[in-house]
Design a protein around this ligand. Structure first.
Ligand SMILES: NC(=O)c1ccc[n+]([C@@H]2O[C@H](COP(=O)([O-])OP(=O)(O)OC[C@H]3O[C@@H](n4cnc5c(N)ncnc54)[C@H](OP(=O)(O)O)[C@@H]3O)[C@@H](O)[C@H]2O)c1
Length: 333
């Protein structure tokens, strides 16, 4: 048997509780991972609450299709199915199950040819799931969506969130000059991530009123609190507005407009192919192992505190990633 965080109807954080179920066995080509850490993030909160409405297209129209949330996992392979060659029992690994969820559990079964890679020594399981939660979105947005490189002037809105905190660090690493926007509680944290300047959005609205550092080659709204219409004012000609949050306006603008040669880009990073995800997982883990990238972690909680983890995410003001530890790392399974 194993313990899982399960829910059977959409609602507040309290709809998720700890239950027991059969420990799954890996089939051919599959590995079972003892889950030492999993992230609890925006997608889990949307899946739990069934809100916004389009979340139900993915999670189940009337009630949740899968009882166990959680995509990002890190842990140790504890069983392998027939024909598995990439991994062996005892390997430290991390990755993402995607829309299947299932990581808020003591064990998860994944395909060996899925988005799962070795976890280097020196990278904690908590840092690994924070990479999946934040940097695995920030990196493709900046590199592929924004074409950020040496000398780019980048504004990151929501710079203290999971995606934003990773974006600030990765943009700096790509050679950009970064202006970061967050709330008053996180100004110091974000300054420590390498931003050239940090703006408190409760004091000024850099997108509405312009900002030191403007015009920007890239405005990356990591929390989707702005609009392309407004951001155009601070974008350089040819600049790109990136947003993580879909709206009808942004979908239409992405398809139809390059107003004044400024363009809007939205991506759905979870839907990228395994072939695209794996090298990014490896690159980000190597960066973390070398100390060149440090994922931000808001809090680490045990499985029994899963509702508390959801409450933290629901505040909309966490810094970095909330981590749940179904099997604490140094506890025997
Ligand atoms: N399109 C995709 O592929 C994709 C992938 C992953 C995530 N997402 C989406 O991206 C969004 C961000 O995810 P996340 O995990 O980074 O969120 P998060 O960690 O929950 O973001 C929290 C942060 O947002 C900041 N914030 C709140 N209101 C703000 C405002 N008005 N202006 C600027 N910052 C504000 C908060 O800063 P303060 O506390 O300092 O106020 C807080 O640190 C979510 O909506 C998620 O669903 C999309």
């Amino acid at each position: 048997m194993m313990r899982i965080a399960a829910y059977h109807r959409y609602g507040a954080p309290e709809v998720v509780g700890v239950e027991e179920c059969e420990r799954p066995e890996p089939g051919p080509g599959e590995v079972r991972v003892r889950v030492h850490a999993a992230s609890v993030g925006a997608a889990d909160a949307a899946g739990r609450s069934g809100s916004p409405w389009f979340a139900r297209l993915a999670f189940g129209l009337r009630r949740p299709r899968n009882a166990v949330l959680g995509s990002d996992f890190a842990g140790v392979v504890d069983a392998v199915g027939a024909g598995v060659t990439r991994f062996a029992v005892g390997d430290r690994v991390f990755g993402a199950t995607g829309a299947d969820g299932g990581a808020h559990a003591e064990a998860v079964v994944v395909r060996e040819d899925g988005a799962v890679v070795p976890l280097p020594d020196g990278v904690s399981v908590e840092a690994a799931v924070a990479i999946c939660d934040g940097a695995m979105t920030a990196l493709p947005f900046l590199r592929d969506g924004g074409r950020v490189g040496a000398g780019s002037r980048v504004l990151v809105n929501g710079a203290s969130g999971a995606v934003g905190a990773a974006a600030v660090q990765l943009a700096v690493r790509l050679g950009a000059e970064v202006t970061a926007v967050c709330g008053p509680a996180h100004v110091e944290l974000v300054a420590g991530l390498g931003a050239t300047r940090v703006i408190d959005y409760t004091h000024e609205d850099p997108i509405r009123h312009g900002a030191p550092g403007a015009p920007f080659d890239v405005v990356f709204d990591a929390v989707g609190k702005s609009t392309f219409r407004r951001a155009r004012a601070v974008l350089a000609p040819g600049g790109r507005y990136l947003t993580t949050v879909p709206s009808w306006a942004i979908m239409a603008q992405q398809l139809t407009s390059r107003i004044g040669r400024r363009r809007a880009v939205i991506m759905f990073t979870g839907l990228r192919s395994v072939e695209a995800k794996r090298p990014d997982l490896e690159e980000l883990a190597a960066l973390a192992a070398s100390g060149a990238f440090a994922p931000v972690i808001e809090r680490v909680v045990p499985l029994d505190a899963i509702a508390e983890a959801h409450r933290l995410v629901d505040t909309g003001h966490k810094a970095g990633t909330v981590v749940v530890t179904p099997v604490p790392e140094y506890q025997e399974a």
